[in-house]
Design a protein around this ligand. Structure first.
Ligand code: S3P
Length: 428
């Protein structure tokens, strides 16, 4: 696909679609609760549809009237064996969290996905879930999908220290712990997104967090709720960066989720000297607000330590931001980027270098020297939605030559209307 290039004065308002993490979980919690769950502003993107279709295959009735999704919850006990293996597409969140849910179901389920899923590490969820009594195995006894989960109605509680900072792993264990008889404790390596914990409380369950230790007792019974999904800050991130780096721009993002475990990018923008203002909505459920950015003179920074999980999905677009800042930006402690939808350290370094940026990959991050001007070229998303969207924002700065993006269709994994939303903004 030929990308939009040579843009100045990007102006207007974008309302990004619903949060991917919360949309996945709304279907999961709706299914394992009793009674009806209504979901508003559900993200109808490939990843979340994979979760929705998985629960339909597990016997849950789910309706979509085009506006509201209604899930007729059956409780953990009401899930039924799927008639065939479940295709979860590109979605790491689906395969890992559903493994935790199925750890307590006394039947066998196989889940598979695309080429990227076939390379995602699964031992991180398989090891603790086995310790709790479930049996799980990957392809040819490896840790890689397709994976088969055979649950047990006799799940044991666990005391587990997470070896990686991962909300997916934490959530898989929590879903299993909700079905185990007794109290489990999970110690995080660093605090990660807490949507699972928030939604347990919203659905009438109990869970507590003290520092990095989460305590949850089972078995628990949850009750269906209405979930209003806020806009996804990880999708908003592409327009935040566009507004900051395209000369003469001013963009407002409306209804963006502002859960503090997700807002690391806002702090980085402020550290780099970006002009950003935030107006919070006075809502009681998921915290949300309006963010406005303007073209800014930026300076390099260091991004490391406990902020990393709070902006993990935004690092590719933050790397682009750093190419437009004066001086050096160092990203470290981010080795998890290597096991995302693609190896995002290599993908970012290769593709931005191909457009003229000065970026060096390291074992756990990237070193970026700015400010560089970008030129045309042929780049690829590697089938990774966030790499594809980052490259389109990079292309806006290109004044000479075309930018051709291979595998552009990947953006539909999290943001099917991304190119349309960009086209709606005014340009000078
Ligand atoms: C997610 C957790 C993160 C994130 C992913 C969504 C979630 O993955 O990268 O896009 O919804 O729990 P990890 O847990 O692997 O860091």
């Amino acid at each position: 696909m030929k990308l939009k290039t040579t843009v100045t004065g990007l102006k207007g308002i974008v309302e990004v679609p619903g949060d991917k993490s919360i949309s996945h979980r709304s279907i999961m919690f709706g299914s394992i609760s009793y009674g009806e769950t209504k979901v508003k502003n559900f993200l109808r993107a490939e990843d979340c549809m994979s979760t929705l279709n998985a629960f339909k295959k597990l016997g849950v009735s789910i309706e979509d009237d085009g506006e509201i999704i209604t899930v007729h919850g059956v409780g953990f006990e009401g899930l039924k064996p799927a008639e065939e293996a479940i295709d979860i597409g590109n979605s790491g969140t689906s395969i890992r969290l559903i493994s935790g849910i199925l750890a307590g179901a006394a039947f066998e389920t196989t889940m598979y996905g695309d080429d990227s899923i076939a390379k995602r590490p699964m031992n991180r969820v398989m090891l603790p879930l086995r310790e709790m009594g479930a049996s799980l195995h990957g392809k040819n006894d490896s840790e890689f999908p397709p994976i088969t989960v055979k649950g047990t109605e006799n799940l044991q509680p666990i005391h587990y220290k997470l070896p990686v900072a991962s909300a997916q792993v934490k959530s898989a264990i929590i879903f299993a712990a909700l079905q185990a008889k007794g109290t489990s404790t999970i110690e995080e390596k660093e605090a990660t997104r807490n949507h699972t914990e928030d939604m347990i409380r919203q659905f009438g369950g109990e869970i507590s967090t003290e520092g990095k230790v989460i305590t949850v007792s089972g078995p628990q019974t949850l009750t269906g709720q209405t979930v209003v999904v806020p806009g996804d800050i990880s999708s908003a991130a592409f327009f935040l960066v566009a507004g900051l780096i395209v000369p003469e721009s001013k963009i407002t993002l409306k209804n963006v989720g502002l859960n503090p475990t997700r807002t690391g990018i806002i702090e980085v923008i402020q550290q780099m000297g970006g002009k950003i203002s935030i107006k919070e909505d006075n809502r009681t459920d998921n915290k949300a607000g309006e963010i406005t950015v303007q073209y800014s003179q930026l300076k390099g920074t260091v991004i490391e330590g406990d902020i990393i999980p709070r902006l993990i999905d935004e690092l590719p677009i933050i790397a682009l931001l750093a190419t437009q800042a004066e001086g050096e930006t160092i990203i470290r402690d981010a080795e998890e980027l290597k096991v995302k939808e693609t190896n995002r350290i290599d993908a970012v370094a290769n593709e931005l270098t191909a457009l003229g940026a000065d970026i060096t990959p390291t074992a756990d991050g990237l070193i970026i020297h700015g400010k560089t001007s970008l030129h045309g070229g042929t780049v690829t998303s590697y089938g990774d939605h966030r790499i594809g969207m980052m490259l389109q924002i990079a292309a806006l700065l290109v004044e000479e030559g075309d930018v051709e993006l291979e595998r552009a269709e990947a953006v539909s994994v999290s943001y099917p209307t991304f190119f349309d939303d960009l086209a709606k903004l005014e340009v000078k």
